[in-house]
Design a protein around this ligand. Structure first.
Ligand code: PMP
Length: 398
């Protein structure tokens, strides 16, 4: 038998499958709400002004493309730490946080998973039910057993917090708990500040290892407000893992810019951790690419560009919130018996809309509106031109 003879076809990525079906649809009024990308009101993926300006600056310098250090551009790693932990963070001052530039948020998660597999091989990983679909696959492919803790409550369209807390209280010491720092994907349902307090307490008491995934900093309540959860975990002491991504917040999806930060108990411990993290990078892809990290580092370190970025990010956040409000108001008018107010409470790019699989299929088949079978819609793909058609269609399938 040949090497490839017995290989089975791998299952299709469910979300990319939606986009394939959407692309093949000949209806000129088709709408893709299945994506995980921010579109502006013209239905375009924006190229941020701050990015354009940073790239123009970099073009002027035309630096040679040497290898970056294994852990990435120093200026980038520093900027990441200040962004996720806060510029005045004790873990930065005490050199207890180490950061490695990563190939997007996905690459950061993979670095963290591989690192943990080396040093905590028998721990189990816990992810929310549901979670970003790649979380399970990533940690399983690193060799972990992955479990779900209760999270989404379909009845309230919010968080089953009692169930989540109960599950945390049964986990073995050393278990790795993956948490969405803000803007939960796919549900849009986040914990309250008080609920985070309780989660931090249980995690600390039981000796669990928190792994915060922050792919949407700035899309919830603002850069600092969203980062506050990370800061609170850092204040509780280590160990702490934080993966972050600039794919969404800089609209730099294809540049693959993210980072993994780890908080240790002392500067000396952190130095040992970084040395081992570098080995994980070295044996995966040696060192990260230059361009995206340089763009982000330039923007974050240049006051004028930084200000521009904050404004542009705020505009994205505000537009999504406006779409949430409009969706709810328009549905109120078209489907008066139904209550969609929960959509306004949800944060980030997504909403678990409550639409059933059957309703999602009718939206696709009858109206060329594409959503995920779970009912997840990307609110950031709604705009002033498609929202009425979407609302009309939803009202018809309800
Ligand atoms: N974590 C979550 C929760 C995400 O939603 C995403 C991407 N959509 C990622 C990580 C990965 O980010 P990136 O595209 O930067 O790899």
């Amino acid at each position: 038998a040949s090497l490839f003879g017995a290989i089975e076809m791998a299952p299709r990525d469910p979300i990319l499958g939606i986009t394939e079906a959407y692309n093949a649809d000949k209806n000129p009024n088709k709408t893709n709400l299945g994506v995980g990308v921010y579109y502006d009101d013209n239905g375009k993926v924006p190229l941020l002004e701050c990015v354009k300006k940073a790239e123009a600056q970099l073009m002027e310098k035309l630096a040679p493309r040497t290898y970056l250090p294994i852990e990435g551009l120093a200026a980038y790693d520093k900027a990441v730490q200040e962004l996720v932990f806060g510029a005045d963070s004790a873990v930065i001052a005490e050199k207890r946080a180490v950061t490695a530039q990563a190939i997007g948020g996905t690459g950061a998660l993979k670095l963290g998973a591989d690192f943990l597999k080396r040093f905590s091989p028998n721990s189990e990983v816990w992810i929310s039910d549901p979670s970003w679909e790649n979380h399970r696959a990533l940690f399983e492919s690193a060799g972990f057993k992955v479990n779900n803790y209760p999270y989404y409550d379909a009845a309230t369209r919010g968080v089953n917090f009692a169930g989540m807390l109960e599950a945390l209280k049964t986990m073995a010491a050393g278990s790795i708990v993956l948490l969405h720092a803000c803007c939960h994907n796919p549900t849009g349902a986040d914990l309250t500040e008080d609920q985070w307090t309780q989660v931090i307490e249980v995690i600390t008491q039981r000796g669990l290892v928190p792994f915060l995934d922050m792919a949407y900093q700035g899309f919830g309540d603002g850069i600092d407000a969203d980062g506050k959860v990370v800061r609170r975990f850092a204040d509780a002491g280590g160990p702490l893992f934080v993966s972050n991504s600039f794919s969404k917040s800089f609209s730099l999806y294809g540049e693959r810019v993210g980072a993994l930060s780890i908080v240790a108990a002392s500067g000396e411990e952190a130095a040992r951790v970084l040395s081992q993290l570098k080995r994980v990078v070295r044996t995966n892809y040696s060192n990260p690419p230059t361009h995206g990290g340089q763009v982000v580092a330039t923007v974050l370190a240049t006051p004028e560009l930084r200000k521009l970025w904050e404004e542009e990010l705020a505009a994205m956040r505000v537009r999504i919130k406006e779409m949430r409000k409009e969706l709810v108001e328009k549905l109120k008018a078209k489907a008066p018996g139904q209550n969609f107010d929960f959509v306004i409470q949800q944060r980030g790019m997504f909403s678990y809309s409550g639409l059933t699989k059957e309703q999602v299929h009718r939206l696709r088949d009858e109206f060329s509106i594409y959503a995920v079978d779970t009912g997840r819609i990307c609110v950031a793909a709604l705009n002033s031109r498609n929202i009425d058609a979407v609302v009309d269609a939803i009202a018809k399938v309800l």
